[in-house]
Write a protein that binds this ligand. Structure first.
Ligand code: ADP
Length: 664
């Protein structure tokens, strides 16, 4: 093949522009990304070689070499991993295969700081080289292919790249960066070692650099460091999760997270354990601080990497955690699974089931821990002498310091952060993970009539329930404002009963799996007739019954007028200021969910709601007197109830006509 020019996929060109313009403030991350790619390539070789040892050719030890040339102003990262064929170089280095790319691009705002954050989350990988290089040359040969089928890929990071055939004896890939004017700092062995130590110490294969020696200059010209031709490892080269906890610093845990997740932000929490028992494995699980752009993509799989006895097996191993925990990142290293395990096999393996159960429990307890810290910070500080024991010893050690206080307040905010990003995903667990439903329910937080922020737990709610209250009440709506102002809440407001306000799209569905919490039923205020039970006193009940009796004839007429629209019409005590509202039968689908399904283009069963009317309301009383307008009034009553809950009258023009007729 002679030299061929190819154009980058449009998204790549756009991304490249952003990379060079936005990631400027954190230049050095390119080295982490390229070393991580090199390490992945070595992992892939080891994996393919399980079935085909010949791929190792004559070099069974995989490694990465980092070298620089001051005169040529180049920096190269060379691995002897799986390598790239010509077609792979064109495909992998000219397009972005990741799911969610388009969505990611659409989220970019043009504000450099915000965009840099987004790009960080997305993971620019290979293209980060263009932060420091104005030209990148990649020379590679795929393991197993003959030497004359090597490839040279080169680009200046603008619209296109060139590809040509070369001869390359050694398998694997060299990425050669032609550094920009202002990237001199990376032509320095000490600096490179420092960056590698910071970002890549946990990489499990050796990263080698040439040893340097100080050489005095001639004639007092000053000296310089010169390469000796001897290579030495510059990282620890032991996979981070295989080390003992005490040998891993907080910073190293964070850096490891960043390298596997391509996230800019530190994780909220992590948990590192060696699990022994019927199946043996190591888990290192992280809870990110930010949701990735493609979390809601159908093909978003999961964030765990699977290793078997330190050999990389696969990314995004979705069998290792249930789907509602797909935001968790990390590593599982199993001692028991066979090395040739496939995705299909994973689904059936008993070891995998044990790993999945164990990891699920671990994640839930991490979340419980964050929630506990938040609750502790919200509660008034307990005095140490509260238990009656006065500590008279002047105790310096263990006394909280300013740093402790800062940490505590940071910890306190973590659960809210987590919940804002992943709360909706967690709720899916109610329908997905029956075994842990109670634990998940305890982790949920909602807005309520006492709190606009989603901070109320079901346990908080229960603790505040009125004497005689027999259910946890909630309402679902499209927005917080619609929920708060719903006529269905009127009697609850009047009686000072708290109602949870649910505005998340998944709430309706998720809550259908949670019929009770800690022995108390959950009850939608928009479903079935309100029965406030013991909260209503006898005189109120009696008055209501009498009113209903007196209203009966009107009711029958209303039913006849609205028979095409309403399943039933009845008198209610749930309304105070509004004339009417719509509810659905106890086990019916809510009108809100039906509307959502319709919007999503799905078939929803035709639900006819029940119209409930407030017999005390002047508009309703007018029905009794105004025979001439009865039909118009009845329809207005129905359509207004629909409007009040965010719906639209079936025939808006007719509604307007009727109202106007009454107005004039
Ligand atoms: P990612 O690594 O997240 O997939 P990159 O942009 O970093 O994205 O890399 C794109 C692809 O290019 C990789 O998935 C891999 O197939 C290939 N690649 C990159 N670096 C190497 C390398 N050193 N050896 C072999 N393949 C590589």
């Amino acid at each position: 093949m002679s030299k061929n020019t190819h154009s980058f996929q449009a998204e790549v060109a756009q991304l490249l522009h952003l990379v060079t313009h936005s990631l400027y403030s954190n230049k050095e991350i390119f080295l982490r990304e390229l070393i991580s790619n090199a390490s992945d390539a070595c992992d892939k070789l080891r994996f393919e070689a399980l079935d085909n040892a010949a791929l190792y050719e004559d070099a069974p030890n995989v490694e990465v070499r980092v070298a620089f040339d001051k005169k040529a102003r180049t920096l190269s990262i060379t691995d002897n991993g799986i390598g790239l064929s010509q077609q792979e170089a064109i495909d992998h280095l000219g397009t972005i295969a990741k799911s969610g790319t388009r969505e990611f691009m659409s989220r970019l705002s043009g504000d450099q700081k915000a965009d840099a954050q987004l790009i960080g989350q997305f993971g620019v990988g290979f293209y980060s080289g263009f932060i420091v290089a104005d030209r990148i040359v990649v020379e590679s040969r795929r393991a197993g292919l003959p030497a004359d089928q090597g490839v040279r890929w080169s680009s200046t990071g603008t619209g296109d790249f060139e590809v040509e055939t070369i001869t390359r004896e050694k398998r694997g890939t060299s990425v050669i960066l032609h550094l920009r004017e202002d990237a001199d700092e990376f032509l320095n062995g000490w600096k490179l070692k420092q960056v590698i130590g910071k970002y890549s110490d946990h990489i499990s294969l050796p990263i080698l650099m040439e040893k340097e020696e100080w050489k005095e200059g001639e004639d007092d010209k000053g000296g310089e460091m010169v390469a000796t031709g001897e290579w030495e490892p510059v990282n620890k080269a032991s996979a981070l999760w295989t080390r003992a906890k005490k040998d891993v610093s907080e910073e190293q845990y964070v850096e490891f997270y960043k390298s596997i997740s391509h996230d800019y932000d530190a994780p909220l929490a992590w948990s590192h354990n060696r699990v022994e028992g019927s199946t043996e494995y190591t888990q290192l699980l992280y809870i990110p601080a930010k949701a990735p752009v493609d979390l809601w993509n159908r093909d978003h799989k999961g964030g765990l990497k699977l290793y078997v006895k330190r050999v990389f097996i696969m990314d995004e191993a979705e069998a290792l955690l249930p789907s509602y925990l797909r935001f968790v990142k990390g590593v599982i290293d199993s001692a028991d699974l066979p090395l040739n395990v496939s995705r299909e096999l994973l689904q059936e393996s008993r070891d995998v089931k044990a790993i999945r159960d164990g990891s699920t429990k671990r994640v839930l307890s991490m979340l419980e821990d964050l929630a506990k810290k938040a609750a502790a910070a919200a509660a008034p500080a307990e005095s140490p002498a509260a238990d009656g024991v006065t500590d008279v010893v002047d105790k310096k050690e263990g006394e909280p310091t300013d740093a402790d206080a800062a940490k505590a307040s940071e910890d306190a905010g973590k659960y809210a952060k987590f919940y804002a990003e992943f709360g909706s995903v967690l709720k899916e667990g109610l329908g997905e993970d029956f075994a842990n439903r109670d634990r998940i329910a305890k982790l949920l937080r909602f807005a309520s009539t006492t709190s606009d922020a989603a901070t109320v737990s079901l346990a908080d709610y229960k603790a505040r329930m009125k004497d005689g209250q027999e259910a946890i009440y909630y309402i679902t709506a499209d927005t917080l404002a619609a929920a708060k102002n719903s006529p269905q809440l009127e009697v609850f407001k009047k009686k000072g009963i708290e109602v949870l306000l649910m505005t998340d799209r998944v709430d309706e569905w998720a809550l259908s799996y949670l019929t009770e919490f800690d022995g108390t039923p959950l009850q939608s205020v928009a479903k079935g007739a309100v029965d406030l039970g013991k909260l209503q006193d006898e005189t109120e009940k009696k008055a209501a019954e009498e009113a209903a009796e007196a209203f009966k004839p009107v009711l029958e007429k209303l039913k006849a007028s609205l028979k095409d629209k309403a399943e039933d019409v009845r008198v209610t005590t749930r309304l105070v200021d509004s004339p009417a509202c719509l509810v659905v039968q106890e086990h019916g689908m809510s009108t809100q969910l039906a509307r959502m399904l319709k919007q999503a283009g799905q078939k929803a069963p035709e639900v006819k709601p029940v119209l409930e009317v407030n017999a005390e309301h002047p508009l309703v009383k007018k029905l009794e007197r105004d025979e001439a307008h009865f039909d118009d009034l009845a329809n207005i009553l129905f359509d207004q109830a629909l409007l009040a809950e965010g719906g639209l009258p079936e025939d808006p023009a007719a509604y307007v006509r009727r109202v106007n007729a009454l107005l004039v």
